[in-house]
Write a protein that binds this ligand. Structure first.
Ligand code: UDP
Length: 224
């Protein structure tokens, strides 16, 4: 009788960071580690990394399995969305992974396919969409609403009453100032918050902000 098959999609930095958490879960469920592979469509040489076989997506689908569960561990949110759609079409189940030391408090709804790295904290009354990635030591404080395919690099400090729209990317060590229930601070769809930025007011959709206080990044129009 065939057994479930588990995949971490992406064998680069993000995937390798998540694999030990996946491994811990798979072992705890009593499955053997040969049921856990990396999926990567790039050229993989060698054919395994950190003790796990790498297969491309077509080969993953061809492996015998009673069911397939995949976690998309790729930081680029648009790639993540494209792959998530393909998985859905192929009836591959979405797999959420979280470190055993994450802290999740009251009334937190977390969409499918989330990846929560070690030391992530989600406090109370938080709504988060699908395929959220929160890297090491990030936190989300009370009453935040986070959309789909949002990405947090390590140590993001997302304070209370903040809305983060779909596909926003928050860089390492960024701090986002608390909003209020009447006027949440909003990070717009697809906005990028640079590493170490201190965000004190809302960021429009698609805009990149950097610095303290964070301001829109102005690219020089003339190169010297
Ligand atoms: N990748 C893939 N299929 C795709 C797009 C990307 O397998 O359709 C893989 C790609 O080959 C690479 C990984 O996803 O190994 C993304 O790695 P990258 O270093 O760009 O970023 P990170 O690991 O930080 O997300």
């Amino acid at each position: 009788m065939s057994k479930p098959l588990f995949g971490i999609y992406g064998a680069s930095g993000c995937g390798r960071g998540i694999m030990p958490l996946a491994r811990e879960w798979v072992l705890k469920q009593g499955f053997s580690l040969d049921r856990l592979v990396f999926i990567d469509d790039g050229n993989h040489n060698p054919e395994s990394v950190n003790g796990h076989r790498i297969v491309n997506y077509t080969d993953f689908l061809a492996l015998e399995a009673s069911e397939r569960r995949v976690s998309v561990a790729i930081a680029n949110s648009h790639v993540r969305e494209k792959i998530a759609l393909r998985l859905q079409q192929d009836q591959v189940l979405s797999w959420s992974i979280q470190a055993s030391n994450c802290v999740i408090m009251d009334e937190v709804s977390l969409g499918e396919g989330a990846i929560l790295s070690p030391f992530v904290t989600l406090t109370s009354n938080i709504r988060i969409g699908q395929h959220f990635q929160a890297n090491l030591y990030s936190y989300v404080e009370h009453d935040c609403i986070i959309g789909d395919f949002v990405t947090f690099a390590p140590s993001v400090r997302c304070n209370g009453n903040i809305v983060i729209e779909d596909h926003a990317y928050i860089g390492a060590g960024a701090v986002i100032k608390q909003g209020t229930p009447d006027q949440p601070l909003v990070i717009g769809r697809g906005a990028i918050v640079g590493m170490g930025a201190v965000v004190t007011k809302s960021v429009p959709a698609g805009v990149t902000v950097v610095g303290n206080p964070a301001r829109p990044l102005v690219k020089p129009s003339i190169l010297n």
